[in-house]
Design a protein around this ligand. Structure first.
Ligand code: CMP
Length: 155
């Protein structure tokens, strides 16, 4: 019944929080039918930022990226649903907001890669690693969404 049910990590970055876009961003995922399993506000430490972005170590934007994500609180969330990793990334849009599809969050609310509002895991394997980094297992709520058959029903 639950084919390809996945969980994925989403961060509303400091610019999204400061610009008071938390509600607008959450509404995009809720309206699409995804299920929120965990949410918290965090002031990210340098150490946490370096662990989260370790694959970007050595890139020319790395220092600025760590500074950006630690500049003010973020909202960390776990969203779930069938093919949630791909669905969330589509709703988020491409890394460069100028290349993001109209209707995506980055297209509709951002203009620069260095202030692209939001992070989403790029694969199921990354999602597993990132969820474990940002949340303790007991912080995820296991609840059954009554809308599930109306969103994921197969004919
Ligand atoms: P995110 O999806 O969080 O993953 C890595 C982040 O690095 C990305 O979003 C951007 O915020 C940032 N990033 C990637 N490429 C660049 C770049 N060329 N210049 C500045 N920031 C970048």
């Amino acid at each position: 019944m639950e084919e390809n049910f996945e969980k994925t990590l989403v961060l509303i970055k400091p610019d999204g929080v400061q610009r008071k876009l938390i509600g607008a961003i959450i509404t995009r995922f809720e309206s699409r039918g995804l299920q929120l399993l965990a949410i918290k506000m965090i002031q990210v430490s340098h150490e946490m930022a370096e662990t989260h972005y370790k694959e970007h170590l050595g890139k020319n934007f790395y220092a600025g990226l760590v500074q950006y994500i630690t500049a003010a609180p973020v909202i960390a969330m776990v969203w779930a649903g069938e093919n949630a990793v791909e669905a969330v990334r589509q709703t988020v849009g491409k890394t460069n907001p100028l290349e993001a599809a109209p209707g995506s969050i980055r297209h509709d609310y951002a203009l620069l890669t260095s202030r692209n509002l939001i992070h989403a895991s790029d694969s199921p394997a990354t999602a597993e690693r990132e969820i474990a980094l940002w949340f303790k297992p007991e912080e995820l709520c296991d609840w059954s969404d009554p809308h599930y058959p109306w969103i994921f029903g197969k004919n």
